[in-house]
Design a protein around this ligand. Structure first.
Ligand SMILES: [Zn+2]
Length: 131
């Protein structure tokens, strides 16, 4: 909507970057809130499994243990995701968001769209995975 009446160069690049970072920040905070809501649900479920253990038979207990192991595994995945989100939010605060943590090249915006928590450019990410 805003018309550039001056017709001169864009005011400042940091304005555009700031808008993108604000959007990413909103997305990251949303992801964080969803994960934290998940943690509460999962903790409730684990507590119920523990309470029931005295009553259930051997097979059910194994089921319960398996369910708990799965709950633990997904809790670990959530922890990792939450740490990645926190790291990305910190980088936004530090003004370093969108730049590769390793080589300082800009990260492809499409890559950031796909996963706002990435800290490495595609090249560095591939190198890290292969090494
Ligand atoms: Zn890189």
């Amino acid at each position: 909507m805003a018309r550039d009446l001056t017709g001169s160069q864009p005011k400042s690049q940091s304005v555009a970057i700031g808008t993108r970072e604000k959007n990413m920040r909103d997305r990251l905070l949303e992801m964080q809130a969803e994960l934290e809501a998940d943690v509460e649900t999962a903790e409730g479920a684990t507590a119920i499994v523990e309470l029931d253990q005295s009553k259930v038979g051997r097979l059910s207990r194994m089921d319960a243990m398996q369910a708990q192991a799965m709950a633990r595994a997904s809790a670990e995945r959530r922890d990792v995701a939450l740490r990645r989100i926190a790291a990305a939010l910190k980088r936004i605060d530090d003004g370093e968001y969108g730049w590769c943590q390793k080589c300082d090249e800009p990260i492809n915006p499409k890559r950031l769209e796909f996963d706002p928590t990435v800290l490495l450019c595609i090249d560095c990410a591939n190198q890290t995975e292969n090494s």
